[in-house]
Design a binder for this molecule. Structure first.
Ligand code: XMP
Length: 511
């Protein structure tokens, strides 16, 4: 396989560090995130062409503050330190870092002091986003101060001879409009990347990689109806054809028409073998009387595995299991050293005791890249462009008891919500939008009669990565249309409410 040019991102634990990786990928440069305590020799062995040191919550003076091997700064590899990363660089190379008295959080105007490769194309008074307690008061010997702000005497610094660069502000966030430009200056002008990390090069490399991993073996893939498992399966099918069998376990908790959509998309793919199992009755039976969300997740997860195993055993000899693991799962599961953030019990997480070797063709990709690869492989836009959907499906959106009747009510509402949101051109602007069926009844008046009916909450959020999210400011007219249609067309409902809580402290889903 052709060796990929790579940027190493050393993670000092800021909450949004995945954003840096995503911005680098948007510049068509491949990158990987390493925990800060990964030995430098290990990172160096991967031959990074550039290194980025991220921000982080520590102070360089705190006991046990995370550091880096000094050899990094002598390696001749271009290094960009961001926020804590710059403070660390300054501290290690003899500059002065002081404790900020107040800290600085929010927008600031950049005062450019001299022209530089790093800040080329950024204008005077450029807005940048600051979020720091400590600051660099004096750059180390050999460095030039490229810019300052009212609060930060060293907002950007460079030692072009040693190829070391630092910025106090955050180029990765949307509040720094010139941030992408700065990162591209660093990657292209300073580090010399060509920007050739593209969907088609990924597909080509990865088809070759899978073909060589699987050899003449046979593989099985579980389809959940979601984007990741679908794209992983198609990619593997392209590499090994009908030696892959896809098993689609329909747990009966999908939205209207979704199961048919998956079956249609996959039946149409040449060479791919599809086994579709309608297991709705078994799942509903298992969920009978269960109201606790975590128990629902566990029951669904376990049943999914059981049904999948039964089908897989019917296939005879199988050596490999295809998983739709993506890069945020890898980073968050700590397999790359970052601390454990999320422990969602994912449906589709299959047991190790099947004795199968894993094939995870998407484990280097972010979600938006997975969507582009899916499109590049010819999957329909309705599948690749779909909002994230939880593995346990509508079971965690029907709060309380899950049964066919309540699922049907929620499906009918979901159909209306999705149609109206699409019609208004909002679907692509949202991270997720969905209704939730609440476990309370509320009074209403229909005709001349008082009725007691179901309450649905509408959740519509915008987010970059689901770690944080804000409720969408949908137009009143759109909300009005949705509410009208729901209470008129879905007889069981009497009331529609709109959820206006950000994450944190609320989560995106209601259970
Ligand atoms: P929360 O509700 O934790 O959700 O803010 C963050 C993202 O994860 C999705 N989600 C799940 N995905 N299994 C999944 O595969 C689950 O049990 C699960 N719970 C939440 C949620 O839809 C959002 O995109």
């Amino acid at each position: 396989m052709r060796e990929r040019e790579m940027t190493a991102i050393i993670d000092f634990g800021a909450q949004y560090n995945q954003l840096i990786a995503r911005r680098v990928r948007e510049a068509r440069v491949y990158c990987e995130v390493f925990a800060h305590d990964t030995p430098w020799e290990e990172i160096q062995a991967r031959r990074p062409r550039a290194v980025i040191l991220t921000g982080g919550p520590a102070s360089v003076y705190a006991p046990g503050a995370p550091g880096v091997d000094a050899a990094l700064f002598q390696a001749g590899v271009p290094v960009l330190g961001i926020c804590y990363g710059m403070q660390l660089m300054a501290h290690r190379l003899g500059g002065a870092v002081t404790k900020g008295e107040r800290g600085e959080y929010g927008g600031a105007d950049l005062d450019l002091l001299e022209t530089s490769e790093l800040l080329a194309g950024l204008g005077p008074g450029e807005r940048v986003w600051m979020s720091h307690g400590d600051l660099v008061r004096e750059a180390p010997g050999g460095f030039r101060v490229l810019a300052r702000t009212a609060n930060a005497p060293v907002a950007a610094m460079a030692d072009p001879t040693r190829r070391l660069y630092g910025v106090q502000f955050h180029p990765e966030v949307a509040h720094t409009p010139g941030g992408q430009r700065l990162l591209e200056n660093f990657l292209y002008r300073i580090a010399g990347f060509r920007g050739d990390w593209t969907v088609s090069s990924f597909i080509e490399d990865s088809v070759r990689g899978v073909a060589s991993q699987v050899g003449s073996g046979r593989a099985v893939a579980g389809l959940s109806g979601g984007v990741d498992s679908a794209v992983a399966a198609v990619l593997v099918a392209r590499a090994i054809g009908d030696r892959l069998t896809c098993i689609f376990v329909d747990h009966g908790l999908l939205r209207d028409g979704e199961a048919e959509q998956v079956t249609r998309a996959f039946q149409g793919l040449e060479g791919l073998r599809l086994v579709a199992v309608d297991a709705a009755d078994r799942f509903l039976e298992g969920l009978k009387g269960v109201t606790c969300a975590e128990r629902k997740r566990r029951i669904i997860g376990e049943l999914f595995i059981r049904v999948f195993e039964e089908e897989a055993r019917k296939l005879g000899r199988v050596d490999f299991l295809v998983q739709g693991t993506i890069y945020p799962d890898v980073i968050e599961s700590g397999r790359h050293g970052a601390s454990l953030i999320k422990t969602h019990h994912n449906v589709g997480g299959l047991p190790e005791d099947l004795g199968l070797e894993l094939v995870e063709p998407l484990r280097d990709l972010f979600k938006d890249e997975v969507r582009r690869v899916g499109a590049g492989l010819g999957l329909p836009a309705e599948l690749t462009g779909r909002h994230p959907f939880p593995g346990p499906g509508l079971a965690v959106r029907v709060l309380g008891q899950v049964n066919r009747r309540r699922l049907d009510t929620l499906r009918a509402v979901d159909r209306i919500v999705t149609a109206e949101i699409r019609e208004a051109g909002w679907y692509g602007r949202l991270w997720q939008v969905f209704p939730v069926l609440l476990p309370v009844r509320s009074v209403g008046v229909k005709g001349d009669r008082r009725t007691y009916g179901q309450v649905v909450a509408i959740r519509a959020v915008q987010s970059e990565d689901a770690m944080t999210a804000d409720w969408a400011r949908l137009p009143y007219e759109l909300l009005d249309r949705i509410a009208h249609r729901v209470v008129n067309e879905v007889a069981e409902t009497t009331r529609v409410v709109y959820d206006i809580t950000p994450k944190p402290p609320a989560t995106i889903e209601w259970e």
